[in-house]
Structures are given as C-alpha cells and as structure tokens.
Ligand binder design. Structure first.
Ligand code: KG4
Ligand code: ZN
Length: 351
C-alpha cells in the first residue's frame, strides 16, 4: 500500500500568487494542509482590470514569501514534499512563466516529479478538498473574471470536455465593466452584489444573451448585457435623472444569474448528469448561489459550491488537481515544460 504523499501546488495564471499543500491518502482522498495566497488586485484597481506586466512582477516578488507562508501554515518543510504541480495554462503568458519557472526550480532541487496542470481543471478539483470525491460524471460551471465555461467532467484526472463557453466577455468581466459604468470600485462583483440586495431585480428588463431558440444552447454572451446597461445609464443621464444604482445592479445580476443557472441545469439534464459544481470568483455571488440551489433542487441535481476562498484562484486547487493526477498514475511533465497561455481545457496535465 502506498503511504500518504504531500503535493505542493503553485498558481500564477492571473493576479493571485498561490501556494497550496495537500495530502494524498492511500485511498485517493485529498486533504487540504495549507493555502497561502498573495493578490496583486489592489495594484490593478485604478486600471479597472488586470495589467499583465504588473501581475508578472508581483508574482516574482510574492513567490518565495508565499511559499514560506504555506510551509509554515502546514508545519511541513520542503523536504516533506513528494510532488509539485503548477498551473501550465491557460492564463497570462508572463504570469504563468513565473510559476512554471519556480516550480521547475523547486522540483529539480528536491528531486521530485513535476506536473504542469490545467488551471480550469484545478477550479473543479478544489471542490474535492471541501466535499470529498466527485462522482464519476459531473458538470462544472466555472465563472470568474477570466472564464465562463460549462465542463463535463468524467474523472477529474481522466477526461474534461468543454460543453459551452462565452463567445465574448466572461461573467466576472461583465461585473467589472458594469461596476465601472456605475462608478463602483474594482473588482465589481462584491459591490454590485451588495447594491443588488437593495434593489428590485424586475425594475429593468435587461437582455438574456444567447437564449433564443436558434442560439447555441450551452454558450454564453455577456457583452450585449453590458452594452444594454451602458445604454440604459446613458439615456437616464441624458434625461437628467438620478441613476437608481440598486435597481440597475439587481436587474443586471438577475440577468446573469438567470442565464448561468438556466443553461447549467439544461446541460446537466441533457447530459444526464446529477451533480453540478460551481466554481470561480463569481460563484461567491449571492443571487447565483440562491438561484442555482433553487433550480438544482427542482431538477433533482446535487449542487456543490466550494467556500469562496477556494473558488477564487489559489494554489490549493492546483495541488488538489496535481494529487488526483498523481493518484491516477500519470507520468510527470517533461523537464522542458513551458507555460501555455492557450492550454486547451481537455489537457488536464501536460505530457
Ligand atoms: O476567480 P477570480 O478570483 O479570478 C479570476 O478571474 O480568475 O474571479 C474574479 C472575478 C471578478 O471579475 C469579480 O468581480 C468576480 O469574480 N466576483 C464576483 C463576486 N465576487 C467576485 N462576481 C459576482 N458576485 C460576487 N460576489
Ligand atoms: Zn481562475
């Protein structure tokens, strides 16, 4: 029987430097040991979005201290690590490169295998740290500043297939852009969520993108919604009216949550899947989780949403995916592993 193994995960695809540690037990279960994250979000705030150069530099300065924090949190030493996993893509090229270079250095210094894994798979794998093993088949809805995807997961280390994606903006990106229109701070999700609770979701009938009978059933589009909000606000301003920010937020939020949950539940039913995992920064949205819970219950679907801290980018999700990949017996990534900003979701581990 194999003894427990410690897997270290490094994440640097966007604006979070994450280092996580997990324990892979002999029976394949994975337990969280440490999750240290350093975010450069404040440095991007005045630009209203992530600036790649700033993110890369922030990863460089944060990598070693974040590693130290993760080790301290777990009470382990680097010599206890049995394998290293790193985000190989998708993400920002320069940002990914910092993590990949660090992971290679640690892996070669320690003489342990290195696995270059997929960031999107990590967002799904993280739920096993909170809710235990995933069923053989499940559907994942990934919604963050960079992604809006529906994925069919048939074994977290075996097969992940894209069922639908956004044809323009990601859900979180729409939140960030609408926040800018309304003079709310960046990132826009939390302030819009807060304002929406004070408003009427039926006040303004904003469009539900790609929900016509001939539209792609499982793809998303949020760009038209963002433009509709901008037009509505411009018109009100031109007519000298005060902008009812809570109503605009509530109506916008309702449109996003409605489309995301309707498409996810429809895909789950069509694909005969009985479990839905929602992950990514937007999974923290109060209306999205409320509506998803309601619609999943009506459809007999089990809903799994990791706690917000695990939903946003972190190293533990990469360690978790690395542990499942290690348990599957996959061979490590080659020594010339590189960052791949466009890594396809189907590539769970680079080989
Ligand atoms: O996963 P994440 O931390 O980073 C990536 O983009 O990969 O997601 C960040 C996104 C931002 O666009 C932010 O506005 C959004 O998640 N977000 C939310 C909420 N909290 C964060 N969107 C809606 N409601 C929230 N409560
Ligand atoms: Zn992400």
């Amino acid at each position: 029987m194999t003894a427990d193994r410690v897997v270290l995960g490094i994440e640097s695809s966007c604006d979070e430097t994450g280092v996580g540690l997990v324990r892979l037990a002999a029976d394949g279960t994975v337990e969280l040991l440490a999750d240290a994250v350093a975010s450069s979000v404040d440095e991007h705030a005045r630009f209203g979005g992530v600036v790649p150069e700033i993110a890369s530099r922030a990863h460089l300065t944060a990598m070693a201290p974040t590693m130290r924090r993760a080790l301290d949190e777990s009470g382990l030493e680097l010599s206890d690590v049995d394998a290293i996993a790193v985000t190989a893509g998708p993400g920002l090229a320069g940002a990914l490169m910092v993590g990949v270079a660090a992971a290679k250095a640690y892996a070669s210094a320690l003489g342990v295998p290195l696995f270059g894994v997929n960031h999107l798979g990590g967002h799904v794998a993280v739920d096993t740290l909170e809710h235990g093993p995933l069923p053989d088949r499940c559907l994942a809805l990934l919604v963050s500043g960079g992604h809006s995807q529906l994925l069919l997961v048939e074994g977290i280390a075996e097969r992940i297939t894209e069922v639908g994606t956004t044809i323009d903006d990601a859900a979180g990106e729409a939140y960030d852009k609408v926040a800018r229109i309304l003079d709310l701070p960046y990132p826009g999700g939390p302030p819009i969520d807060k304002q929406a609770k004070l408003g009427n979701p039926k006040a303004i009938a904003f469009p539900r993108g790609l929900t016509g009978p001939r539209d792609a059933k499982y793809d998303f589009s949020f760009s038209g919604l963002k433009t509709a909000v901008a037009r509505w606000v411009e018109t009100a301003q031109r007519e000298g009216e005060d902008i009812p920010v809570p109503d605009v937020c509530a109506s916008f939020q309702e449109a996003v949550a409605d489309v995301l949950t309707a498409k996810a539940v429809r895909a789950a039913k069509d694909l005969d899947v009985d479990t839905l995992v929602i992950s990514g920064g937007v999974a923290a949205n109060s209306r999205l989780s409320e509506l998803a819970a309601q619609r999943c219950a009506e459809a007999g679907i089990t809903l799994r949403v990791p706690r917000p801290r695990l939903c946003t980018d972190n190293g533990a999700m990469i360690a978790a995916l690395g542990a499942h990949v290690l348990a599957s017996g996959a061979k490590p990534s080659p020594v010339d592993l590189g960052a791949n900003p466009g890594l396809p979701v189907e590539t769970i581990v680079v080989q």
